[in-house]
Write a protein that binds this ligand. Structure first.
Ligand code: AOF
Ligand code: ZN
Length: 357
């Protein structure tokens, strides 16, 4: 199952709207097939592993990180494929939350005489597939908030200089993290200040996460890295209903996808933004700031994981704080997270925190 889980991770960031599932087929103690959900979400993991196993699948055990599907979608059910291949035993990590499946895959296989075990490494699977579960159960993707800051939590100097607070090793890790998410997201202020391309570079990956920019008024420069690359790498713009129609037309014309979102006070409603991203198929979003968007997401309890890169540099009160106002009065109102990992990355420290359940 540990191998099935790690194979499943290979699909992360590239098989949305489907979950990134892994499958291992074992016959007489030998691995005869390995598969994972393919780019775009199909084929699913099981038919890939079954094709590799061929006749050896008969009487074998299949380890799958998610309940095999039971519905006729764009492909026939994986539960049926396992039955037809003559698999004797299926070990699954966790039940599928998709209402078209949820338990029926197990039922189908049990009815056909397959021995089914579930709940093996369920916690790990729930973590790996958290975005897919959130999307099917709450309609929104998993949100990781990344901040790269000075020792004192500043993301730029008073004059706006931010390149570079953390070192090249941390930036490389950030690119690897972008690649494992379905989308990278920033606010308009960051897009204007940094002119980022938000792509994954220098890692040899041949696919790119969707780039999402949140801009109520769509006041983003058309002469920018984001605009220049809009034809090659998906660019989605979340704007307010009152955004200028000329701007909407201009961005549409260069290939951006436009999502019109509700307002919450003077800002775009972060719940509506995420609901729209979920409805469009995204299961995970890697938010890289800026301070306003990050604070809004936190204030609405929409951040599932914090990733911090902290550099050994101090900038002081003149610097730009990583987060805008959160409206925290008492400490027990402050969003709190649990530490899941901390380690040095080059001269910086990486720390990851999960939302307290
Ligand atoms: C599996 N193995 O590798 C994956 C599964 O749109 P479709 O027909 O491709 O079905 C998508 C659903 O299939 C998805 O919502 C989830 O329930 C399941 N994903 N199932 O047996 C896989 N990726
Ligand atoms: Zn399937």
């Amino acid at each position: 199952m540990a191998l099935a889980l790690s194979l499943g991770r290979r699909g992360q960031g590239r098989c949305w709207p489907n979950p990134a599932v892994g499958c291992v087929i074992v016959k007489d103690g030998v691995i005869v097939g390995r598969g994972w959900t393919q780019p775009g979400g199909r084929p699913h993991a099981e038919p890939v592993a079954l094709a590799q196993a061929g006749d050896a699948a008969r009487g074998a055990t299949a380890y799958v990180s998610l309940e095999p599907c039971s519905h006729y979608g764009k492909t026939p059910p994986c539960a049926l494929a396992l039955i037809e291949a003559g698999v004797a035993r299926v070990v699954a990590a966790i039940e599928d939350s998709d209402p078209r499946v949820s338990g029926q895959g197990f039922e189908m296989m049990r009815a056909a005489g397959i021995e089914v075990t579930t709940g093996v490494m369920a916690e790990e699977a729930a973590r790996d597939l958290a975005g897919f579960f959130l999307k099917t159960e709450q309609g929104r993707p998993f949100v990781t908030l990344k901040l790269a800051s000075s020792f004192d939590g500043r993301i730029a100097t008073g004059s706006g200089q931010s390149k570079w607070i953390t070192g090249p090793d941390a930036r490389r890790v950030v690119h690897a993290m972008r690649a494992r998410h379905d989308a990278v997201m920033v606010g308009a202020g960051t897009a204007r200040a940094d002119d980022p391309s938000l792509t994954v570079r220098d890692l040899g990956v041949e696919y790119q996460p969707v780039r999402v920019v949140v801009s109520r008024h769509l006041d983003l420069p058309l002469m920018s890295q984001l605009a220049r690359t809009a034809k090659e790498v998906p660019l989605w713009l979340c704007h307010g209903q009152g955004a200028d129609s000329e701007r909407i037309r201009a961005w549409d014309g260069i290939g951006a996808k436009l999502l019109s979102c509700n307002l919450h006070g003077v800002q775009l409603d972060p719940t509506d933004i995420l609901t729209q991203l979920g409805a469009a198929g995204l299961t995970s979003v890697f938010c890289e700031g800026g301070s306003a968007l990050a604070a809004t997401l936190l204030a609405h309890d929409l951040v599932d994981e914090l990733v911090g890169f902290t550099a050994g540099v101090t900038i002081g009160a003149e610097g730009l704080p990583a987060l805008g106002a959160l409206g925290v009065g008492r400490l027990d109102e402050a969003p709190r997270f649990q530490l899941v990992d901390s380690r040095p990355v080059g001269p910086d420290i990486l720390h990851r925190w999960r939302r307290a359940q």
